[in-house]
Write a new protein. Structure first.
Ligand code: GRF
Length: 208
């Protein structure tokens, strides 16, 4: 049974989607803990209601980025994770933290990476006149919103879309691709070769 630890800062809808599918589909895995940097994160309520352990590591209580990363690493390690998921975790993690979990840490980002790393992705996609956008699940590397791509969803930009309507349609696809990518990981179906991620069974790595 693989142990999954999920790092969140906010509402936690992706965390809930992964937890739900993991339980419903009987993956060889279990969400053992949800860790947040914000005591007020909505995600904590879902976790508590489902009997998942929670922990808060408040970044404001640490004098330096390194001190925060060290404490976060200590707390995450205390749950002995096989896989760490970033799901709307809004702190930049230092290279030491990332290297410690490299190869077993995934992130979801609401754009078609490598386009639009960073914040305000939907606003930027609209401003650029993109006709499609989407979301990306990728392995985490020290450079923010970079790293080997596991799975992407493609979402058309519709006439009249604003940031909110586009974000909502992309989010719905996030709830499909993050659980699927995690399932592939825990079932040992991912192979990374030269920075490219392959599904060992040849499954499509794009949701259109
Ligand atoms: C999602 O859009 C995710 O792609 C981004 O942050 C948002 C988190 O939403 N990294 P939620 O907390 O999972 O609802």
């Amino acid at each position: 049974m693989q142990r999954i630890v999920i790092l969140v800062s906010g509402r936690g809808s992706n965390m809930a989607a992964v937890h739900q599918r993991c339980a419903a589909e009987g993956w060889p895995a279990r969400v053992v803990a949800v860790v947040t940097n914000r005591a007020g994160a909505g995600a904590l309520a879902h976790a508590a209601a489902h009997g998942i352990a929670t922990a808060v590591v408040d970044h404001q209580a640490h004098a330096t980025r390194q001190a925060f990363d060290d404490e976060l690493a200590r707390v995450v390690e205390s749950f002995s994770p096989d896989l760490v998921l970033l799901a709307g975790f809004m702190r930049i993690l230092g290279a030491d933290f990332v290297r410690r979990f490299e190869g077993r840490m995934l992130n979801i980002h609401p754009s078609l990476l490598p386009a639009f790393p960073g914040l305000h992705t939907h606003r930027r996609a609209l401003a650029a006149g993109c006709k499609v956008t989407g979301a990306t699940v990728h392995f985490v590397v020290p450079e923010v919103d970079h790293g080997p791509i596991v799975l992407q969803s493609v979402v058309p930009v519709l006439a009249g879309d604003d940031e909110d309507t586009l974000a909502a349609r992309v989010l719905a696809t996030e709830h499909a691709i993050y659980p699927l990518a995690v399932r592939w990981f825990v079932e040992g179906r991912l192979r990374v070769d030269g920075g490219i991620v392959f599904h060992t069974g040849g499954a499509s790595q794009v949701l259109i």
